[in-house]
Design a protein. Structure first.
Length: 287
């Protein structure tokens, strides 16, 4: 069988996966393994894993067990081992969900705009490419990631719903906010950046209003104008949109379009924007 082409957005809060069969999402919290005396039911995304001698839990169970040291890193680079775990678990979930007996993959992942440089991309590519042995919920899997592409978060979301002319994209995550400008299908570096704040990082659970103010301040410094067409994506996009519209009067939600195996096109919530954009890159690069 052919290898499977996937777009994976391994976020610090949720990993989103898009492919020809549909999409998947799971909570990316990871914690070290601990002995469970009482087996509580946490969530359908709970996973016990072992990779390269490291044993742990992932999913809602890990998010609920932060006293055991949840290791979610709200940093601006994704080239660390947690990303490999997140990507392998995304592959595990996707192939399980759609009953796919495939063990070879061509994937595109994304990096925040600020760290989207040759060094960081090479690091992430080297980390992901190759054959990996992972045990999930007691079942051993051997996955070979044959090809890896790295796209710029926020900017790549453009491909989930391409528009002509100048497009501004605001991708609000848990730890980072990517602000991208695309002009005539090209990423404009000087009007794009990643800011190190998101829904989980501002002091004491920042309100939506504070995050919106931070975004408006940050994008104004990138010389974005009030009447620019701005698209919002990420997990909080629909809740924060009205607050962004107070300044960016023409702000809208970015609705990703996913082309499926049977030729049909489905529309998805804005949280899938980067994953679908990554899949679009993967589909065009690895066909
Ligand atoms: N109504 C809401 N109010 C506040 N926060 C929300 C709401 N809905 C979603 N969120 C937050 O959105 C975030 C999840 O969004 P998303 O999946 O886009 O993040 P991520 O891509 O994993 O993060 P990052 O891009 O920083 O790695 C979480 O921090 C979640 O708490
Ligand atoms: Mg994100």
């Amino acid at each position: 069988m052919r290898n499977l082409i996937l777009g994976i957005d391994a976020g610090n809060y949720n990993a989103k996966t898009a492919g020809a069969y549909g999409v998947d999402i799971y909570r990316t919290a990871i914690c070290d393994w601990f002995s469970r005396d009482i087996v509580d039911k946490h969530g359908d995304d709970d996973m016990e894993f072992e990779l390269n001698g490291r044993r742990g839990f992932a999913g809602t169970i890990a998010a609920n067990e932060d006293q055991f040291g949840v290791t979610s890193l709200y940093g601006d680079t994704k080239a660390h081992e947690d990303t490999l775990i997140r990507v392998l678990l995304a592959i595990y979930r996707y192939t399980s969900k759609f009953f796919l007996d495939i063990d070879r993959f061509s994937i595109v992942c994304s990096q925040p705009i600020a760290t989207h440089n040759a060094d960081e991309k090479a690091k992430l590519r080297d980390l992901l490419r190759g054959t990996h042995d992972i045990t999930v919920n007691g079942v051993h899997k051997r996955y070979t990631i044959e090809e890896v592409g790295i796209a710029a978060e926020g900017s790549v979301a453009y491909l989930a719903n391409p528009q002509l002319g100048e497009v501004r994209i605001i991708d609000i995550g848990s730890g980072t906010t990517n602000c991208a400008t695309i002009r005539d299908k090209r990423h404009i570096n000087t009007a794009s950046d990643t800011f190190n704040f998101g829904m989980e990082t501002l002091a004491n659970n920042a309100s939506l209003a504070e995050v919106a103010r931070g975004i408006i301040r940050a994008t104004t410094s990138l010389k974005w104008r009030k009447n620019d067409v701005v698209y919002a994506c990420g997990g909080v996009a629909s809740d924060i949109l009205p607050l962004l519209q107070a300044h960016y009067t023409r702000a809208k939600l970015l609705t990703p379009y996913l082309r499926q195996l049977d030729g049909s096109i489905v529309t998805l919530p804005p949280v899938y924007a980067n994953a679908v954009g990554n899949y679009e890159v993967a589909r065009r690069t690895f066909r």
